[in-house]
Design a protein around this ligand. Sequence first.
Ligand SMILES: [Cu+2]
Length: 143
Amino acid sequence: MDGRRLTAAETRQPPAAPGVLAFISQSRKLVGMDAHQRSVVNRLKTARGHIGGIISIIENDAYCPDVMKQLAAVQGQLEGASRIMLRRHLETCVAKAMQEGRTAEIVEELMETLKFDHHVFRPAAVPGADAIDAMPEPPGTPS
Ligand SMILES: [Cu+2]
C-alpha cells in the first residue's frame, strides 16, 4: 500500500460468476439448517429429480407397471421426508413445549397435523428410509 485511499471502484470486489453466487447462496442455506432439515431437503431434491424422470418415461409411453413402481419409489422418498420432519418436531418443538408446560396445546397441534398424513404411522417401506443422514449424537450420549 502506498498510503493513498482506495477509490470506490478499487475496493469493489470483482463480480462473481452467477454459478458461484448460486453455490455460495446454496452453501449458506445448508449451513443454516440442522441435520434433519438438510436430510429432508436432500430427499426432496432427489424426489424432484425422480419425478422428472417419471414424467420422461410416461412421455415416452413407458409400460404402466413400470411407471407405478417409480411412483411408489417417489412416495417412499416423500414419506421418509415426512418421518424426519416428525422426528425433528418431536425432538425440538414438542420437547420445548412440554418443558414450558404447553403439553396439551402441542399434542393437539400434532394430532391435528397428523390427520393430513396417512403415511406417518405405517412401517417404512424400505428399512432405514427414515434414517437421518449424518445425525449428530445427542449431547450426553455415552460413547
Ligand atoms: Cu417443530
